[in-house]
Design a protein around this ligand. Structure first.
Ligand code: GLC
Ligand code: CA
Length: 518
């Protein structure tokens, strides 16, 4: 394995900083707030944090529009606070991974302002521009009429996120620069510099936003692989223990390109979607209509997931990992249409699969996707998954003492809160904690340990070394042979009797087998 060893038993907690904990009563979460909650995070067993962007930004895309890559946004604190957060996390065995928005900046970034000037300067080619305002490119999306510079800039996501220029793999127009153009090499150098800067302050790696988007004119994908292989080599030469995690959603390509971990989630592939997101009415995209496997109705299947998963898994397993998250800031929460039992079954899957699991803040208590919110900072339909963490009963459910908060706190009477769940042995929080502990304690459940599917229906059954996992989301009882002497390490509505695991409707179990057999 070329990946850093610490990934073997890593379980990530994904924190959306503005909504985690407000330490100075201004209504918005901050770095010191995260610092104050490190004992909670460590107590859950998480040993790594992925922080959504915390850099200075005008926040038109919640911080994915960066105006200064070298500065923590004042609303979150200071660079010094970041350093302290990494130190305090480190003392508790937790590593902090930053979000690296490598493909674009905000229009308010100094580099872009210089780039938009009509006179040539060192930033002229830092972004992708056409050479006339009347030429809005062949492909991609370009913005015209922004500045006195005679040209259109390419936007990478929203209009306010101009694409940084790492060059074109295939140059077909005079304004397109080849990847090895000195100015494009300069963009690379800057990115590496940013990575060094935060690594020196304590970051243990990066989740790279839209990692696939950096090279333009690259239909074969060769250019982007070339670029990341280069960046990996440079980064790892200085930070061998640092990790590179991609938002690519095609692990085969991402790991070949040099990433350690890639998410298998959205962007058209049907893996995650068929398990959790085929919910009628909750997705905008028509193609996502059907029945999720993890639903009590039991009308879904695992075949589509497994065929995609296995192909990627077989391809990457010597060199990197697939990450399956409970959710993230871009999707509706996994709790949509699921009760606590359904979630326990889903987490039994997520926390026992190979690779690196991620838990989105609040999913450990079953926080709801809040419907009907106005878009906040470019969130649109993502906004409902970004509401404040629910800590305890009382004002703003313990998130902030301010009268107004970044987003409204879940106002429902039965809104789950961490403090109550801490005190309830059977809570989702304590079940999640138990799964994390079992994962860390059993090498068979570590990232690179084996994986063998035994049954693909209801139940879905797989072996990982001496561990057997049985998942039965369907509301119908099933039984599975376990042999004598096997023990349940964790279970939901299930027990072992006479060499058989019996689950009632909606059950799951993680079983340590007495004899590992073949
Ligand atoms: C990624 C982020 C998303 C952001 C976009 C543009 O998909 O996860 O939140 O809006 O990139 O940076
Ligand atoms: Ca604050």
């Amino acid at each position: 394995m070329r990946t850093p060893k610490w990934l073997e038993d890593a379980v990530f907690y994904n924190i959306y900083p503005q909504s985690f904990y407000d330490s100075n009563d201004d209504g918005i979460g901050d770095l010191n707030g995260i610092c104050q909650k490190l004992d909670y995070i460590a107590g859950m067993g998480f040993n790594a944090i992925w922080l959504n962007p915390v850099y200075e930004s005008p926040f038109r895309d919640a911080g994915y529009d960066i105006s200064d890559f070298y500065k923590i946004a004042p609303r979150y604190g200071t660079n010094e606070d970041f350093k302290r957060l990494c130190e305090e996390a480190g003392k508790r065995g937790i590593r902090v991974i930053m979000d690296l928005v490598a493909g674009h900046t905000s229009v308010e970034c100094e580099w872009f302002k210089r780039s938009a000037e009509p006179e040539k300067n060192e930033y002229t080619n830092r972004y992708v521009w056409t050479d006339s305002v009347w030429d809005n490119g062949d492909k991609g999306s370009f913005i015209s009429g922004w500045s006195d510079r005679d040209g259109c800039y390419m936007n990478n996501f929203f209009y306010c996120q101009p694409a940084l220029n790492y060059g074109y793999k295939n140059v077909t127009r005079p304004w397109q620069l080849p990847m090895d153009h000195p100015d494009c090499m300069e963009t690379r150098r800057e990115l590496l510099n940013i990575m060094d800067f935060w690594s020196d302050l304590g970051a243990s790696g990066f989740r790279v936003d839209m990692a696939l988007s950096l090279v333009k004119g690259d239909p074969s994908g060769e250019g982007i692989k070339e670029l990341w292989q280069y960046l990996r080599k440079e980064y790892k030469s200085k930070h061998p223990d640092g990790v590179l995690i991609s938002e690519w959603s095609y692990p085969m390509d991402a790991i070949d390109a040099g990433f350690d971990v890639d998410f298998l989630i959205h962007f058209g592939n049907k893996a995650y979607t068929t398990l959790f997101r085929y919910e009628k009415g909750t997705n905008q995209s028509q193609q996502w209509c059907g029945n999720s496997y993890f639903r009590a109705e039991g009308l879904g299947g695992t075949d589509e997931f497994l065929s995609i998963y296995n192909e990627h898994y077989e391809h990457v397993k010597e060199n990197g990992f697939i990450a399956i998250p409970t959710g993230n800031h871009d999707m509706q929460r996994i709790s949509i249409g699921r009760d606590e039992t359904d979630l326990k079954i889903a987490y039994t899957f997520i926390l026992t699969m190979p690779g690196v699991p991620f838990v989105y803040y609040g999913d450990e208590i079953g926080m709801k996707y809040i419907e009907g919110l106005h878009s906040k900072e470019g969130g649109y339909n993502r906004t409902g998954a970004r509401t404040p963490m629910q800590w305890s009963r009382g004002k703003n459910l313990g998130f902030s003492k301010s009268d107004t908060t970044y987003l409204p706190v879940d106002s429902s009477e039965n809104a789950p809160v961490a403090q109550e769940q801490e005190n309830d042995e059977d809570s989702l929080l304590n079940y999640t904690r138990k799964l994390i502990r079992i994962r860390k304690e059993n090498e068979s459940l570590h990232a690179s340990a084996g994986f063998m599917v035994l049954d693909t229906g209801y139940p879905f059954v797989y072996r990982r070394g001496d561990i057997l996992v049985v998942l039965n989301p369907k509301n119908e009882s099933v039984s599975v042979d376990t042999g004598d002497g096997s023990v349940c390490l964790a279970s939901v509505n299930a027990q072992i009797k006479n060499g058989k695991l019996i689950t009632d409707g909606k059950g799951a179990a993680v079983i340590k087998l007495a004899s590992t057999g073949n």
